[in-house]
Design a protein around this ligand. Structure first.
Ligand SMILES: *Cc1c(COP(=O)(O)O)cnc(C)c1O
Length: 424
């Protein structure tokens, strides 16, 4: 038996990895004469090789067919977004009618709140985590003001109660219980972007519903990272982006989930012609009759050029055998990273992310001993040797081994580089 923390073992794990061939489906930035060791899939996933072909196909159709491209061929633009529906539903554990790729994350969050945040005098409040991603906080605060309520009393932020800045389920339960009768909406992340902590979506939805509140989720760091069961979770809505673990490119068209029970809702919504019932859309009548399901929230005819890379990316999730297969590798990759850090560079890096695999995805957030200056030094050293993580103020390096393209040896090399920097 080889030592589980040895180089030999990391090489053996790569050789035995059933997903190892998928790495070849991605393009890597180069560092000197080799591929970068890229751990920033939580920020911008790598480009699938097939993305270029899908984009070129759209450009070629536009050149050769112009307006006829809307109606020509299997990938005709009129129904192009529907090509994404089934594979996207598989990634997030939804029924096809519950998902749609449209707009951007923050735009979708606003559209969802227009329908699902309906404050009253008795029940005006939104509950979020303290330290939420700024865009989410801006969106929520501006919605509260838009309805004439006051964020000072009606934006409730749950403070971290654990030493590393993570949140216990008890703290979440307590906050939802305490503010329950005033809560219109609980908006929670699937995975916290700074700490990497993963939350139990179904349990948070259950707690919110028990208080009569709507349960919405931001899955920016969860989609393509963790196996999700959005339909079964009972969440009312969810939004996410496709440029992080979903690898669909900078500013990619985002995702949106609306639970089936709201498929034919008569809640208010901000409407556009692409949300209108497909059967009658081109009668161009003045009355709005929404398509049942998530597609009913679409506004405009979609940006086909921007959807094209998402097709390439979703193909790879299917090729991998789905999120369960990816998660199996991901737990091993992140587990090896954790074990190697603890064994070899525990004096330099403190792991902020929970140790329980059920409470994390791919990412480990690492606090550098000695404060910000030392942290920046290490971060810059790593970049200079072609090992890319990302930096979060004041002293956190985030490392996200992505099971679609990272190797066990990448993780091993990262720890070796930290050792080199520290001095062995
Ligand atoms: C990445 C991320 C965003 C980014 O929002 P965009 O609308 O895509 O710019 C928002 N919220 C969270 C939690 C994120 O992780």
């Amino acid at each position: 038996m080889t030592d589980a923390l040895s180089r030999t073992h990391a090489i053996a794990l790569d050789a035995a990895d059933p997903l190892r061939a998928l790495r070849g489906e991605f393009l890597f930035p180069r560092h000197q004469n080799s591929d970068q060791i890229y751990f920033v899939g939580n920020s911008l996933g790598l480009q699938p090789r097939a993305a270029r072909q899908h984009v070129l196909e759209v450009l070629d159709t536009w050149a050769a067919q112009a307006v006829e491209g809307h109606f020509t061929g299997q990938a005709q633009w009129m129904t192009y977004h529907e090509l994404l529906t089934a594979p996207l539903a598989r990634v997030v554990g939804a029924q096809p009618s519950e998902v749609v790729a449209m707009n951007s994350l923050t735009a979708n969050l606003h559209l969802m709140m227009v329908s699902f945040y309906r404050p009253t005098r008795a029940r005006p409040a939104i509950l979020i985590e303290a330290g939420a991603f700024p865009s989410d906080r801006h969106a929520v605060e501006s919605q509260i003001r838009f309805h004439g309520f006051d964020p000072a009393t009606d934006l409730i932020e749950v403070e971290a109660d654990e030493p590393n800045g993570t949140l216990s389920m008890q703290a979440i339960e307590r906050a939802i219980g305490e503010h329950g009768p005033r809560l219109a909406l609980v908006l929670w992340p699937g995975v916290q972007y700074r700490t990497g902590q993963a939350f139990d979506v179904a349990e948070i939805a259950r707690l919110a519903h028990a208080q009569g509140a709507v349960a919405g989720f931001d899955l920016a760091h969860a989609a393509g990272n963790l196996p999700l069961r959005l339909h079964d979770s009972g969440a009312d809505f969810a939004v996410w982006c496709h440029y992080k673990y979903m690898n669909a490119g900078p500013g990619a068209v985002a995702g949106c989930f609306v639970h089936e029970r709201h498929a034919r809702t008569d809640r208010p919504r901000f409407a556009g012609w692409w949300g209108h019932d497909k059967q009658t859309r081109f009668r161009m009548a003045p009355e709005f009759a929404p398509t049942p399901g998530a597609e009913g929230w679409q506004l405009s005819n979609p940006p086909i050029l921007a959807l094209a890379p998402l097709r390439a990316s979703l193909d790879l999730f299917d090729k991998a055998g789905g999120m369960a297969a990816l998660r199996a590798k991901s737990e091993k990759l992140t587990g090896l990273l954790e074990a190697l850090i603890k064994a070899r560079v525990g004096d330099v890096l403190e792991i902020v992310t929970p140790a329980d695999p059920r409470q994390r995805g791919a990412q480990l957030s690492l606090r550098v001993a000695g404060g910000r200056e030392r942290g920046r030094e290490l971060f810059e050293y790593l970049a200079s040797v072609g090992t890319l993580g990302d930096w979060r103020e004041p002293d956190i390096i985030r490392i996200s081994p992505a099971p679609l393209y990272n190797r066990f040896m990448d993780v091993y090399r990262f720890v070796e580089e930290v050792e080199t920097w520290r001095g062995v």
